[in-house]
Design a protein around this ligand. Structure first.
Ligand code: CA
Ligand code: CA
Length: 445
């Protein structure tokens, strides 16, 4: 019933968009507003269930606290846009100030151009970079500096400018049509209130200019910037039915230099620097290493203590290495998520500085030989609540399981708070089925 209604709505939208495509030739900015307005009006009038105007339900996680998350639900015709390129998306974000705004993404937006050389500063030469900072020459004691590092940094600045897009307050971004999404871009939800992101496939940006840090670990590391989405000092954010993935560029395809992987990815989703009141529901987080970080510094008490309150429910975390999530400071409620690990699995919940994780009724499907004691990772000694979770179909006390193999560095039970903002809660045994069926962007159409 639900799927049937969606497909009818979708085909109506597409035919409207086709009909007005003729008008679109010429002035992009004007035409965007015209097509967007007509599409929205027709969907709302015909069906009464306009996904672009849905708001986060009352009580649905931390994002619903206080004033709630409504995004651009109240947008008028002049502030409703349909975009088909990365440049149009950025233009739509800038247009109209902080008035409620709906931005519909149609098709896949390519944020990072054709090749990395587009961003390279004159004189930057990766072969020379490799020669200059080869550990045989430079060693492992000092961070890199000099001409090639300066040129790398300048190149990175150019890429950052191109691939970052700042989402304005009071905005809903939603995918429409077939396979809507962004490749190689970084959505910056930075310093704003009230943002909804729904129905998009977000393929992790590739950093064209990773920095070699000889002092990171015993044998150095290549480090990258850019997460597919960042919530930075922002409040009331709802991320729903999206898919975060490395797509065509999994880490297994990346080269190695100096014996270390040339890591061109950072996170899929980071929630940092005083961000607060976030709900992430029904998303797929797939095929990635460092996936979801809540709080990025132990030293950030001044901005983060009492903030970083996040609810994660009914998300699918599939074929990941670590951080799903890694938590510092926040009261983070993680319930009804499905975790599916493969041979690369390291851990799911990272217990960090002043974290207050509450993990209930999640389901873990782990490969043979990977025990329930791997689900938690203790970065710092802060207590957490785990209750009614399952591993491979069996009820498991995750803290007790961890402590059986980490007797010298145990974790303590009892996060010290109890979540009250929740929607429907499923029993853990239903979670793999329910989440597999309904998480991800396709289910929104
Ligand atoms: Ca590209
Ligand atoms: Ca990051």
């Amino acid at each position: 019933m639900r799927a049937h209604r969606k497909s009818k709505q979708q085909s109506k939208q597409q035919s409207k968009q086709r009909r007005y495509a003729v008008v679109a030739a010429g002035c992009t900015a004007v035409v965007l507003a015209v097509t967007g307005t007509l599409t929205t009006a027709s969907a709302a009038q015909t069906h009464g269930r306009d996904l672009a105007r849905q708001t986060l339900a009352k009580g649905d996680g931390w994002g619903s606290a206080t004033t709630g998350t409504t995004g651009g639900a109240a947008a008028d015709r002049a502030h409703t846009y349909t975009v088909t390129t990365w440049a149009e998306l950025k233009a739509a974000f800038v247009a109209g100030g902080t008035a409620p705004k709906i931005v519909k993404i149609k098709g896949t937006l390519d944020a990072d151009g054709a090749t990395c050389s587009e961003f390279a500063a004159p004189g930057y030469d990766f072969d020379r970079y490799l020669a200059d900072y080869d550990p045989k020459v430079w060693g492992y004691d000092n961070e890199v500096s000099g001409e090639q590092e300066d040129l790398r940094a300048a190149s990175a600045t150019a890429q950052a400018k191109a691939i970052k897009a700042n989402v304005p307050a009071n905005t809903t971004i939603i995918g429409v049509g077939k396979n809507p999404g962004i490749v190689g871009g970084s959505l910056q939800i930075n310093g704003v209130d009230n943002v909804i992101v729904r129905g998009l496939t977000l393929e992790s940006p590739l950093d064209c200019f990773p920095q070699w840090d000889p002092t990171d670990g015993d044998t150095g590391n290549w480090n990258s910037e850019y997460d597919a989405a960042v919530v930075y000092n922002a409040t009331h954010v709802w991320l729903d039915h999206n898919e975060f993935t490395d797509g065509a560029h999994p880490d297994s395809t990346l080269p190695s230099y100096y014996g270390r992987i040339y890591q061109q990815h950072d996170g899929e989703l980071d929630i940092v620097k005083g961000a607060d009141l976030v709900t992430a529901s029904w998303n797929v987080f797939a095929d990635h290493d460092k996936t979801l970080m809540i709080g990025n510094s132990d030293g950030a008490a001044a901005t983060d203590r009492g903030k970083l309150r996040v609810t994660l429910h009914h998300n699918l975390f599939k074929n990941l290495v670590e951080r799903a999530p890694r938590v510092r400071f926040g009261q983070v409620d993680v319930y009804n998520n499905s975790y599916v690990g493969n041979a690369d699995y390291a851990y799911s919940f990272g217990i960090g500085f002043e974290s207050q994780l509450y993990a209930e009724k999640n389901a873990f499907t782990l490969p043979r030989g990977t025990g329930a004691d791997t689900v938690l990772h203790r970065w710092n000694d802060y207590p957490l609540t785990t209750t009614d979770n399952q591993v491979n179909g069996k009820p498991v006390d995750l803290v007790a399981a961890y402590n059986t193999t980490h007797a010298d560095t145990p974790l303590r039970a009892g996060a010290g708070w109890k979540p009250t903002l929740r929607g429907h809660v499923d029993p853990a045994k239903s979670v793999p089925r329910v989440v597999t069926r309904d998480a991800g962007p396709d289910r929104l159409r």
